[in-house]
Ligand binder design. Structure first.
Ligand code: ACO
Length: 341
């Protein structure tokens, strides 16, 4: 059975930088730089321009990852795209990325799978990609995490708790087969559906007909509590630290690796305080953790592949390193992974 390793990384973030002060001054949200920084570590995030969406950003990150992997698009055997902000209800954004990459035009009709596991979506996608590669189904899988949060945030004082956390961006990796002794060593995934409504954006209720209430002219009506994401932040915080720590411990235990032996930790970027708590509990020194939430906010499924792409280009992530990943998010869903880069 071949090993599955990450042969190339890429990322894309929109040019438009929105600082914490901009949330107050441009969008009129009653907030402050001090409030947001103190509780989340976020200083600024990127917002996509009108007309740019999840597949657009995902395709740009993918182009970079494919080039970095030194392969051609025709070598890809599958696309897996993780997002909580798909361009449309259906079809998924994976097929839109495939179209943007021009693959179908050249007769490469690779299967496209959308993963809907929010903040841990990239880890779910990575595990699935590795299984496809290790089973011999294909040699190269393109894995993307991409989010367009800003077009679906309540950018008003009413929505400030959620709106101050999220940003737009995409990261991508190519997962490839290798006979070398490297790659994904272990991963664990989990979910607890009892907390499905603790962090959610229902938009509509398909149990009802019509699935959206209508006005007398037949236009759909979405009430604010359905339209915008809502969250019990403290409940998320408590569960995030517990699940990130226990899943990391699980993969380390199964691989007989001490956390001291891990060279670099790339944690989901939900909140710097969550990551600092995990780091403290596991006695991880600062120079072994790479965070970028200060600059991008929470890009949900995009955070870990963006971290990978940036860390590689900054010389922080190098071949031969042992890397620990962990994420937690809406669902609740979570995961952790151990890789030899
Ligand atoms: N600016 C100013 N005031 C704010 C803001 C803001 N951006 N947001 C909320 N507040 C106010 C609230 O209105 C509230 O005011 P009130 O007491 O007058 O009603 C007060 O601050 C406290 O609100 P809480 O929601 O209780 O704030 P809390 O201390 O819990 O901090 C936070 C909120 C930062 C979200 C925290 O709960 C947290 O870090 N949770 C983790 C959740 C998380 O990171 N989620 C990210 C997405 S999920 C994921 O990716 C895992």
């Amino acid at each position: 059975m071949p090993n599955a390793y990450i042969s190339g990384t890429g990322f894309f973030v929109p040019d438009n930088v929105v600082t914490n002060d901009d949330l107050r001054d441009v969008y009129g949200i009653e907030t402050s730089d001090e409030w947001i920084r103190k509780r989340t570590g976020i200083a600024e995030r990127r917002f996509a321009p009108q007309g740019m969406g999840t597949a657009d950003m995902g395709a740009k990150a993918a182009e970079m990852a494919i080039e970095a992997a030194g392969i051609d698009k025709k070598d890809l055997g599958m696309i897996i795209l993780a997002t909580l902000s798909p361009d449309h209800v259906f079809p998924g954004s994976g097929v839109l990325v495939q179209r943007q990459l021009g693959m179908a035009d050249t007769g490469n009709f690779v299967p496209c799978l959308d993963v809907r596991n929010q903040c841990s979506g990239f880890l779910y996608a990575l595990g699935t990609a590795a299984s496809m590669v290790q089973s011999g189904n294909t040699n190269h899988v393109l894995v993307i995490g991409s989010e367009t949060h800003s077009h679906a945030l309540d950018l008003s004082s009413r929505g400030r708790t959620v709106a101050s956390l999220f940003g737009d961006g995409a990261g991508a990796v190519v997962v490839s087969a290798t006979e070398e002794d490297r790659g994904l060593r272990n991963y664990t995934l989990g979910a607890d559906g009892r907390f499905a409504e603790t962090l959610w954006q229902p938009m509509w209720d398909i149990r009802n007909f019509p699935f959206l209430p209508q006005d007398e002219d037949g236009n759909g009506i979405v009430a604010p509590e359905m339209m915008w994401a809502s969250m019990d932040g403290r409940q998320v915080f408590r569960n995030a630290v517990e699940k990130m720590i226990t899943s990391l411990m699980k993969v380390c235990w199964e691989e007989k690796v001490d956390t001291k032996d891990i060279d670099l930790f790339l944690f989901h970027q939900a909140n710097l305080r969550i990551n600092e708590y995990v780091q403290k509990q596991l006695n991880i020194p600062d120079d072994k953790v790479f965070n970028n939430i200060m600059r991008y906010g929470n890009t949900t499924a995009g955070t870990i592949p963006i971290l990978m792409a940036e860390a590689e280009r900054e010389g922080i992530l190098k071949p031969g390193m042992k890397v620990g990943l962990a994420a937690f998010g809406s669902g609740f869903t979570w995961g952790a992974a151990l890789l030899d880069w």
